[in-house]
Design a protein around this ligand. Structure first.
Ligand code: GLA
Length: 339
């Protein structure tokens, strides 16, 4: 008989919480994998502003409730994603009845009311929230991203969001979350933002590093250097959206219909190296979340190249463990853990 597959979350239980992003669809199609391998779930889209609060007078909690119910039924932790972001937020948030931009005061009220309503509904059930997502500009020397939040409220919108979130649920762990986190310029800006918040006494309890990486980038050295920098903030680190694309971000090719053996082998090697590094830093890492469960459903199927399939996760389209999975757990075979 083939050896029964071990549970990923159990193998990692002494290191950090291991989770996956889900939708109501994948809760059904990938239920077995989620139940066995992951200790927490994050709503991939269901709690984003546009989904949960599509019109000023209407919230739609159906999918988010289903995800929270699933987690509670099965004893999984839940991570909240996300409250204030420039993307997937409806226009009404920023406009008055005449279609003109609202005032700073009005937008702060709308932000507060959104945060109170969403966090209030799940208070006591959601342990950690990505309060502000992707506020930093990637390019050049500009600091904060030009978003409607910034234009209307001003740079203190980030601090205000954290204060509202803390008031809404004083027990929740509040994170600033962003991508391109190993880029040396971007990470200095991220660190600066978090330091400013800390200096102002703003309640921030962790930093979320998305980790949308590829099998080519970033190098282990740059991940290590970035972690060493973030650790100086003295905050726990959460890897919030880990996946490993088979393509370089700037690669526009469309002709790949199946992952080649070389791609799969390279991915396995890189996943193995990443998790070895994460184990090294486990005392500082609170959680690691994969941005999806298995390769049959991944946001990278359409991004950044439309209709191109991708295979960024640890389980294949048939939900079988990939070589990447084997490499992530192989340290536990034989001689016990490497701690
Ligand atoms: C960003 C967001 C996520 C998600 C991914 C793509 O990282 O934080 O919510 O939209 O992009 O799925």
């Amino acid at each position: 008989m083939p050896e029964a597959l071990e549970s990923l979350q159990q193998i990692y239980q002494d290191y950090f919480l291991l989770g996956a992003a889900v939708s109501s669809k994948t809760l059904c199609t990938s239920e077995e994998l989620i139940l066995k391998h992951f200790g927490s779930i994050t709503a991939e889209n269901a709690m984003k502003f546009g989904r949960i609060h599509p019109a000023s007078d209407r919230y739609d909690f159906r999918e988010a409730d289903a995800i929270v119910d699933f987690a509670r039924t099965h004893g999984k932790q839940i991570r909240g994603h996300t409250l204030v972001w420039h993307n997937q937020v409806p226009d009404w948030v920023f406009l008055d009845d005449d279609g003109c931009p609202v005032s700073r005061g009005e937008l702060l009220e709308r932000m507060q009311s959104h945060i109170y309503t969403v966090m209030g509904r799940y208070r006591g059930h959601i342990d950690a929230w990505d309060v502000v997502n992707e506020a930093i500009e990637d390019r050049g020397s500009s600091y904060l991203r030009q978003s409607k939040w910034l234009q209307i409220i001003g740079p203190d919108y980030v601090a205000r969001a954290f204060e509202f979130a803390h008031a809404a649920d004083p027990e929740a762990v509040l994170l600033y979350n962003d991508y391109n986190e190993t880029n040396s310029v971007k990470r200095q800006k991220m660190i600066h933002l978090v330091q400013e918040l800390q200096d102002q006494g703003v309640p921030i309890h962790g930093i979320g590093l998305q980790a949308h990486w590829s099998i080519y980038h970033p190098s282990m050295d740059s991940i290590r250097a970035a972690l060493d920098d973030y650790l100086l903030l003295g905050l726990p680190i959460h890897f919030t959206e880990l996946d490993l694309s088979m393509f370089r971000f700037e690669d526009p090719s469309r002709d790949c219909t199946w992952p080649t053996r070389e791609m799969l082998e390279r991915q396995a090697q890189v996943y193995g190296e990443i998790f070895a590094l994460l184990r090294d830093y486990h005392q500082h890492i609170a959680s690691v979340t994969l941005w999806g469960v298995a390769d049959d459903h991944t946001w990278l199927d359409d991004f950044p190249v439309r209709s191109r399939k991708n295979w960024p996760l640890l389980f294949d389209e048939e939900h079988r463990p990939k070589a990447s999975f084997d490499r992530v757990v192989e340290f536990s075979k034989g001689g016990g853990s490497d701690r």
